[in-house]
Ligand binder design. Sequence first.
Ligand SMILES: [Zn+2]
Length: 82
Amino acid sequence: MRARLTNGEVVTLEKDCTCTAHEGPHWLHMDQMERAEASRAIKAQDLFELIFIDQARLQAKAWHMNRQGIVELIPEGPEVRQ
Ligand SMILES: [Zn+2]
């Protein structure tokens, strides 16, 4: 995953953990896992669960992005922008 910073620079987000199950930073992996949880909640029509998961997910994502001065995440390949 690449990211655009506040100064316009585009950088590649490096792996920051020892997990073997994913590439890139751990917080982005967690974000993707929680997004999958949220879509399960949508399918189950469990709106309280969905709101709970997604609110926490977006807060954590915003925190990590602010901390690193990221203004935009740029997925590699044909993935849809998040
Ligand atoms: Zn990890």
